[in-house]
Design a protein around this ligand. Structure first.
Ligand code: SF4
Length: 238
């Protein structure tokens, strides 16, 4: 797979979000390239022609922008890191933009909710632990790593995500699991997550981008209402 990386100067970095009050995306595009990813609408917005997962624009001025922009905000609010990219995709190991943004938010006492699929977040445990109001969530969509490979081939293994959640939770950091979109094999997640999270969010597959994966591997029964509601109730009861 080719990856086209471009360093860009963004015009702005902190935006108002419908999910949390604010959102920061240090990158446009995501190397994880999950088959179902809703964020591929960013291709249209940014006029990228490459397939989703094969381009990343690196907003190299993100920390400088953030420093200026939060000093101008009248009201603080929880910042979601990130909404349309994984803030800990592999390029973050080199660019450290997420880390620098978190440092600024922590210094200014802003509450933050981090969402990732990558154990690279552990690199920044020093900042997260000392910050006043940071929490970390992992998207954990299935307990079956074979299924994970079909839908999220470039993201980290389920085992690595669970281990990272455990380490964060043991460090006293508030953690959550985003069981969304719920994939086949999510039934066993309760036992894997037990004792490693403070809460979980559950949602079904709401997009059609990965319908071909379900069809190709004969998994269509895991797209039904019955699968979703039965599994959700089982997980909630445990
Ligand atoms: S990690 Fe998130 S943003 Fe990245 S491709 Fe997967 S679903 Fe999309």
């Amino acid at each position: 797979m080719t990856l086209i990386v471009k360093e860009i100067q963004a015009k702005t970095i902190i935006s108002v979000s419908k999910v949390y009050p604010y959102v920061i995306n240090p990158y446009t595009g995501c190397q994880h390239g999950c088959t179902y990813c809703y964020a591929r609408f960013m291709k249209r917005v940014t006029r990228h022609r490459e397939p989703w997962g094969e381009f990343v624009d690196v907003k190299i001025n993100a920390p400088d922008l953030l420093q200026v922009e939060i000093s101008k905000k009248k009201k603080q609010g929880r910042v979601w890191v990130s909404g349309v990219c994984d803030p800990y995709q592999p390029l973050e190991a080199k660019y450290r933009l997420t880390r620098k943004c978190l440092e600024i938010l922590a210094q200014n006492h802003w509450p933050v909710i981090i969402q990732t699929r990558s154990p690279l977040v552990l690199r920044d445990i020093d900042i997260i632990k000392d910050a006043q109001n940071f929490e970390v969530g992992f998207s954990v969509t299935t307990a079956d790593d074979g299924i994970r490979r079909l839908f999220e081939p470039n993201a980290s293994s389920i085992n690595d995500r669970i281990k990272a959640l455990d380490e964060l939770h043991k460090a006293g950091i508030r953690t959550y699991a985003m069981i969304a979109p719920m994939l086949p094999g999510a039934e066993r997640l309760a036992e894997l997550l037990n004792g490693k999270i403070d809460y979980s969010l559950i949602d079904r597959m709401n997009y059609h981008y990965a319908d071909w994966v379900y069809r190709k591997y004969g998994l269509e029964d895991k797209l039904t209402d019955d699968f979703f509601y039965r599994t959700m109730q089982e997980l909630a009861s445990i």
